[in-house]
Write a protein of this length. Structure first.
Length: 95
């Protein structure tokens, strides 16, 4: 069983500020950190996930100790066809 999340577009959008702050890698990392904290888990990260659909240098493997249980990073636009930055996270819940 996997948990997958994606962030894109902007947040903090108001009528007087139509272009809000854009989500970034650290917003997604904060979601994972908070999820793991609530479950009593300590997650680690190793740089540069080898996933071909993620930006090199803008992706990480998610680890418990030395065991990789997921990945997160920014999707390559040429793989998605989406102009906006898209950040994704996928973790294996059975580890």
């Amino acid at each position: 069983m996997f948990l997958t999340a994606a962030l894109l577009v902007s947040y903090e959008v108001t009528p007087w500020k139509p272009r809000g702050k854009a989500y970034d890698f650290y917003d997604l990392k904060g979601v994972l950190d908070q999820l793991c904290f609530q479950c009593g888990l300590q997650v680690g990260f190793s740089a540069n996930s080898d996933k071909p659909f993620l930006f090199p240098g803008k992706s990480v493997n998610c680890c418990f100790g030395k065991e990789i249980f997921g990945y997160m990073g920014e999707l390559l636009p040429e793989k998605t066809g989406v102009i906006e930055k898209v950040f994704v996270l996928e973790i294996d819940l059975q580890i």
